[in-house]
Design a protein around this ligand. Structure first.
Ligand code: ZN
Length: 138
């Protein structure tokens, strides 16, 4: 179960539109409460994939560390990753699956012709992704 602050969602949507037709990405900052993850902020990270930004994203280790430092300074933690799928549905690709960690939420936003049409959150269960319940909060 993922709770997502509306401000963080707005930021992801703006970013996904701005970076179309390339994938945008970032880290979800918040806290874990039992089996619930709460996202309070979206921390933008550059997509450093060298040659396939239209269908791949990559977060540089230094940007990951920056996000981690930022989260810690606020008493929070990294609870997941978000990225966009330009002209593709909001479900994870094989590539996404290969690189996923357990205990993280993965929000994917589908951008069709420059507009964000849907988004969903996924979590790793064993060897595959399952959609997780997502609630937007104020
Ligand atoms: Zn993807």
């Amino acid at each position: 179960m993922l709770k997502l602050k509306e401000e963080a969602l707005d930021k992801m949507i703006k970013q996904a539109k701005r970076d179309y037709p390339y994938e945008t990405c970032g880290l979800l900052i918040g806290k874990v409460n039992g089996d619930e993850r709460i996202v309070l902020e979206a921390f933008e990270t550059p997509n450093v994939n060298p040659d396939r930004k239209h269908d791949r994203y990559e977060i540089a280790p230094k940007d990951y560390m920056k996000a981690e430092d930022y989260a810690m300074s606020k008493g929070l933690e990294i609870v997941g990753v978000y990225h966009s799928h330009p002209d593709h549905p909001d479900r994870p690709s094989e590539f996404d699956l290969k690189r996923a960690f357990p205990e993280f939420s993965y929000i994917i936003l589908s951008v069709q012709k420059g507009k964000v049409v849907s988004f969903r959150s996924w979590e790793l269960k064993g060897e595959k992704f399952e959609e997780e319940k997502l609630e937007v909060i104020d």
